[in-house]
Design a binder for this molecule. Structure first.
Ligand SMILES: NC(=O)c1ccc[n+]([C@@H]2O[C@H](COP(=O)([O-])OP(=O)(O)OC[C@H]3O[C@@H](n4cnc5c(N)ncnc54)[C@H](OP(=O)(O)O)[C@@H]3O)[C@@H](O)[C@H]2O)c1
Length: 334
């Protein structure tokens, strides 16, 4: 197939392009050339800014387009409207955050209601990101009715993740010692390897699938304790000290900001139903391979220090000390 990729050089897009080339497709990239310009020397590259300049796309034809970098509905509308007559199929990389809410018991499927933007003039931020994605989905479906594939991805992990979110755990565990493990060991975690997202998405495009699909972690529920144990098996020796949600929250530790994958009281968001995508071929590789490859790529790229702006060594030690002190019986009380 002749595939156009809007984006394609950071993380999800990069793996999609690698997989597409590997499957024998002819790929064209459209981006500004600011990131990963050295990647894919044999792939056709068009330069432009999707917000202001789509000239390079005029009059060109492809079988399908994959849009990995759409977050603003009016910007996505520009490419979708321009390409509607020249391309048969539009894949939009969306997010499970597009849903309005997650039932606490989990099991949310593709029929659930989507988040709404409060106004057209809103600026995107962390809390309304999902509403923007939902609005982008609607824009794509308007221009490509019955010809749009909406990939509602969950937490995506794996090599080359620029956010280094997941990499915190393998890297921290490799440091050894006593590791602060957050919250409930039995809390569910749901994530997907970026290479599984790429493989499934390409297979879906090849088969001409349309509609929305939840594309995230495995059939069985994985717990935080299981995930950290896999990291320990793959990356080093350490002991875990589980600090309760209440302790962490009352000490100012911020969910999602200080410790990746720790989302107290939000189990439903990690229990999204992927039955539809699995019936359409989604499979997840062994989490050990994801951990191993993420660790290897992080060590190579970061040279070993803790990735991102997650909990520093000093802060972690402070919290562990406070926890141990709080557990000790008070002197003089029998
Ligand atoms: N990570 C997760 O856990 C997760 C979960 C759910 C959904 N998602 C979604 O997955 C997608 C993944 O994105 P990614 O960053 O990994 O994709 P990517 O395609 O690998 O990288 C982003 C690409 O967009 C290009 N780009 C950015 N702004 C542009 C502009 N104005 N005009 C033209 N090109 C532009 C960048 O190149 P230049 O800068 O060189 O232009 C780059 O090639 C996002 O839509 C995200 O919302 C991610």
């Amino acid at each position: 197939m002749k595939l156009l990729v809007l984006g394609g050089t950071l993380f999800v897009g990069r793996h999609l392009v690698e997989a597409a080339v590997g499957r024998g497709h002819t790929v064209t990239l459209f981006n500004r050339g600011r990131h990963g310009a050295e990647l894919f020397p044999d792939v056709d590259k068009l330069r432009g800014d999707r917000e202001t300049d789509l000239a390079a796309l005029h009059g060109r034809q492809w079988d399908a387009v994959i849009d990995t970098c759409g977050n603003l509905p009016h910007v996505v509308a520009m490419s979708a409207e321009l390409l509607a007559n020249n391309i048969g199929h539009y894949t939009f990389v969306s997010s499970v955050s597009a849903y309005r809410e997650f039932p606490g018991r989990g099991g949310l499927d593709e029929s659930a209601g989507l988040a709404q933007m409060l106004s057209e003039s809103q600026q995107p931020n962390e809390s309304n990101f999902g509403a923007f994605k939902a609005a982008c989905e609607r824009v794509v479906e308007r221009s490509f009715p019955g010809r749009a594939l909406l990939v509602r991805a969950g937490f995506i992990v794996g090599p080359h993740d620029p956010t280094r979110r997941f990499a915190y755990w393998p890297q921290r565990i490799a440091e050894g010692g006593e590791v602060l493990a957050p919250g409930d060991p039995d809390a569910p975690v749901q994530l997907i390897d970026v290479r599984d997202v790429a493989a499934w998405t390409l297979g879906a495009i090849e088969r001409g699938l349309t509609g929305a699909y939840n594309v995230t972690g495995r059939e069985h529920v994985m717990t935080m304790a299981e995930l950290l144990d896999v990291c320990r098996r793959e990356c080093g020796r350490c002991t875990f000290k589980w600090l309760s949600d209440d302790f962490l929250l009352s000490n100012g530790v911020m969910p999602r900001r200080d410790l990746p994958l720790w989302s107290p009281h939000a189990a439903g968001a990690a229990l999204v139903d992927t039955t539809k995508a699995r019936a359409a071929g989604l499979s997840c590789q062994d989490i050990a391979a994801t951990v191993h490859d993420t660790f290897v790529s992080t060590t190579l790229h970061a040279g070993g220090p803790r990735p991102g702006n997650w909990l520093s060594k000093e802060r972690e030690r402070e919290l562990l000390t406070a926890w141990h002190n709080a557990q000790r019986p008070l002197a003089g009380i029998a």
